[in-house]
Design a protein around this ligand. Sequence first.
Ligand SMILES: Nc1ncnc2c1ncn2[C@@H]1O[C@H](COP(=O)(O)OP(=O)(O)OP(=O)(O)O)[C@@H](O)[C@H]1O
Ligand SMILES: [Mg+2]
Length: 452
Amino acid sequence: MPRVLTVAGSDSGGGAGIQADLKTIAALGGHGMSAITSLTAQNTYEVTAIVDVDTDFIREQIRVCVKDIGVDAVKTGMLHTEQIIKAVAEELRAIGAPLVVDPVMIAKSGASLLKPGAVESLKKEILPIATVLTPNAREASVLSGMSISSLEDQKKAAKTLAEEYGIRGVVVKGGHIAGDMVTDILYFEGSFYEYSLPRIDTRATHGTGCVFASAIATELAKGASIPEAVERAKRFVHSAVKGGFQLGKGSGPVNPMAQTARNAALLETIERMRVAVKVLEEVEGATLLLPECMINIGEAIPGATSREEVVAIPGRIVGIGRKLKASSHPWMGASRHVANTILTVMNYDPNRRAAMNIKYSREVIEAAKKLGFSVSSYDRSQEPADIKAVEGMTIRWGVARAYEEAGKVTDLIYHTGDWGKEPMITITGTDSIEVVTKFKRILEKIREESHR
Ligand SMILES: Nc1ncnc2c1ncn2[C@@H]1O[C@H](COP(=O)(O)OP(=O)(O)OP(=O)(O)O)[C@@H](O)[C@H]1O
Ligand SMILES: [Mg+2]
């Protein structure tokens, strides 16, 4: 168990500080410990009060953990005053574990978390003992005395700080530098490393810096190299921003549990799909509803926004004799058509997360209606040329048309084809098992009707 100690402030709003640190450490599989330096009364848009913890008590929190539990890596965040900085530096020097220093100066809301006169002692006491330093552009500017507004500036500042203070890794973060991509620059052992991911357009960025630094510390505690740890932390904070919550009136909290929750949801979905497919493969005579383009079935995880978050059958479902057979095991990102349908349907009803395409026939529609399933349709020959031209747009357009006309979200959606396009029915439902159940009932109904 990687043991990680965070020495930082408490954020009563739960978005940043030790609250974010402990969530991050836990999500990445570590054991988190905390030495709280200051208590802040804080929400998403303001810090209304700060109480600094007595320095002897800060030392004591660190010491008890070290002497019993042990520490594989340390992260520091808010160190409000010169006295706190001195006390913490003295304790940490004695530990010797890798130290990630997030030189916190200003909260997202703009409140100062570092007393103006304390910058000098941060430079003198803390920077020289840091293994990794993670300033944002503003902090790097204050510490290096350079102005930073470009990638080149980030590089220069990272190298300058690393050399001036003898720090092994300096990451100058790019969150505050405009651009579609957010690029963090690491200077490590004479080389630059660039970590670039798309900027997520959101106000929920409360805690990004804390999550990033804690993730680096946890990865170092696991034994990762500095460039590896930064790479993993970058991806981790990205998922936390992506899964963030628009809570409160200001910058909502990021969500360090997002990656764990997503992985758990994917596993659960794959497992349910496995059961659904097994049931489907047992259905005698199911090939009656097998279209030329074969069948696929898919189920999305809650809140899915991309095809990677939709589980389907790679290679689709084919016919063997009178039964259906999946070409392989369910996996994420395994379908385009069905996944696009599901993602579109979810825009109308987030709980309707599964779909399956089957062969079109009048009998299927009749049987479904008799069973009380709701049905809607669209006419592909009316698809505008500009929509036809864009890959993946047909379904979005079609589902929107069908639902608008029906005035509701329906169990079945169909179209009767167009030049070179096979007519198709899509069964939708809350999950894949429900979709397969609907399929079975429709098939039984068709048989019943044909025996009359
Ligand atoms: N909108 C965003 N989309 C994706 N990644 C982001 C976004 N904003 C920040 N990040 C990432 O989050 C991490 C923290 O960067 P940032 O520059 O925001 O730090 P910070 O200003 O110290 O944050 P805080 O205000 O929480 O202390 C970096 O890895 C950065 O790339
Ligand atoms: Mg910060």
